[in-house]
Design a protein around this ligand. Structure first.
Ligand SMILES: [Zn+2]
Length: 128
């Protein structure tokens, strides 16, 4: 079945995509780090490279200068099966936040505590 805006959101909220991460994907930002984390997972699952790029801080070690190559590697990664996202912990401060998560992708579990900062909007920095 083809994915549509009425499909269940990949982030696992149980909501339809159009009522969930789509809201952040279309404006390229999320209101807090937790929703940014979830919507970035959904963006990876859906191959939405632009969202990943626009929500990665330009000073992040993961920010790639070669946007075209970066887009390709995001698209390649999106071919994986994004099975489940589990939020383990969320620590929110005024200008930064930490989200510890487990992402079940293909046959592995990716665990990270991600650092996010708030400037004009929330950005992903890196795993800590
Ligand atoms: Zn979602």
């Amino acid at each position: 079945m083809k994915f549509s805006k009425n499909s269940k959101c990949p982030c696992g909220s149980g909501k339809k995509y159009k009522e969930c991460c789509y809201k952040w994907h279309k404006i390229s930002k999320a209101p807090n780090a937790l929703l940014l984390m979830k919507s970035r997972y959904s963006a990876y699952a859906l191959g939405n490279a632009d969202y990943i790029i626009k929500t990665t801080h330009p000073d992040s070690p993961h920010y790639e200068k070669d946007i075209k190559a970066w887009k390709n590697s995001i698209k390649n990664f999106s071919e994986s099966e994004f099975k489940k996202l589990e939020i383990v912990e969320y620590k929110n401060e005024k200008k930064r936040a930490f989200v510890k998560f487990k992402a079940y992708i293909d046959d592995f579990v990716m665990e990270e505590e991600s650092l996010f900062v708030k400037e004009d909007k929330w950005y992903y920095i890196k795993g800590v």
